[in-house]
Design a protein around this ligand. Structure first.
Ligand code: GLU
Length: 339
């Protein structure tokens, strides 16, 4: 029998290192699959058609290993999980001061699609509510629509490490039903908070919500933030390290709709959820977590997604303010690969 090649031995080492975390994730998947509360979003047919039992979990380490269980390869529209990443793109191109002059960083206490702006400054409350996200999308660079959409998709591609596509049916439905977003954009134009190209910016916003990803992609995006902005699989930089903490701070305080305060208390990690049933979570310096399960609770967060993240945070002491914060057990299981 021939000697095992380097590749064989690497694969064997990976298998043995990821086995414990895979069985942990599988056990958590089995624990929460029977959780059948919540309702699938139904404001557009593409989301209403989701199966309530679709359920995937993925964890990606800062060393590039990914462990996934369930429907982790199932594609869905990224929706609001896009918002912090587009904010990052705007930060990279316009800098912090300009961004702060256009969009504040305060939790709103209002619904995500509220039409209210800050009374004193006319700024949206933060980049993760629709008004702030549309103001952020207005700052996507490019001299025309084609260039701007290319830059937007290239940004996502740096995070996921492969080409991404927009789901056309979702995009058209978002555009057809997006009257409230249109009203918000026109109000911001009225106050001079966005440029006079509202239709183009809204098209971009609807496109960004309709980008197709799967759970694994979101875990790699989260791991890229956990890794200081460098995609741990491709080695490509998606965002400068100095801006990563800006994204994570906003995700911590505003990422989970009107559940953000309780989420911070119970789970204690920067995160963003979206109406298609995804939650993306960052454990800085360690790994990214993504959960996909379409039924949403009354605040708009995935029921199983919240349950899984609470369980992982509790079981592995991941809360950022844990006195003995280790982020330990899961990360340790990744570590042997590095040596
Ligand atoms: N496309 C949705 C909107 O702008 C995003 C919903 C969400 O995931 O929060 O209304």
């Amino acid at each position: 029998m021939s000697e095992p090649s380097d590749l064989d031995s690497l694969l064997n080492r990976m298998r043995s290192a990821t086995a414990p975390i895979r069985s942990t994730l599988q056990a958590i998947y089995d624990q929460f699959l029977p959780l059948r509360s919540g309702t699938v979003a139904n404001y557009i047919p593409e989301l209403a058609a989701a199966e309530p039992d679709w359920f995937g979990i993925a964890v990606a380490g800062v060393d590039g290993q990914v462990v996934e269980v369930g429907d982790s390869q199932h594609l869905f529209s990224i929706q609001s999980v896009s918002k912090p990443f587009v904010y990052g793109l705007a930060l990279e191109n316009h800098g912090r001061d300009h961004l702060l002059s256009k969009v504040n960083v305060e939790p709103s206490g209002e619904a995500f699609n509220s039409i209210m702006l800050d009374e004193a400054t006319n700024r949206p409350f933060n980049p993760l509510v629709n008004s702030g996200a549309i103001a952020t999308t207005d700052l996507v660079p490019g001299s025309n629509y084609t260039e701007r959409i290319k830059n937007l998709l290239a940004m996502f591609e740096n995070y996921v490490g492969h080409p991404v596509f927009v789901d056309n049916a979702t995009f058209i439905s978002e555009r057809t039903t997006g009257h409230r977003n249109r009203a918000i954009a026109h109000l911001m134009l009225n106050f001079g908070m966005i440029e006079d190209r509202v239709d183009e910016t809204l098209e971009l916003y609807f496109q960004q919500c309709s980008v197709l990803v799967n759970c694994r992609d979101l875990a790699v995006m989260a791991a890229t933030l956990a890794n200081g902005g460098v995609n741990p699989i491709t080695g490509a930089r998606a965002i400068s390290t100095e801006h990563v903490k800006d994204l994570l701070s906003i995700m911590y305080s505003c990422g989970m709709y009107d559940f953000a305060g309780e989420w911070g208390y119970l789970v204690g990690l920067p995160a963003k959820s979206g109406v298609s049933g995804a939650i993306l979570v960052v454990v800085p310096g360690k790994f990214g977590i993504a959960v996909f399960s379409p039924p949403l609770d009354e605040r708009g967060n995935s029921v199983r997604g919240v349950a899984v993240c609470r369980e992982l945070s509790h079981r592995f002491g991941l809360h950022a303010f844990e006195a003995h914060f280790s982020g330990g057990t899961l990360a340790d299981e990744f570590r042997p690969i590095r040596s």
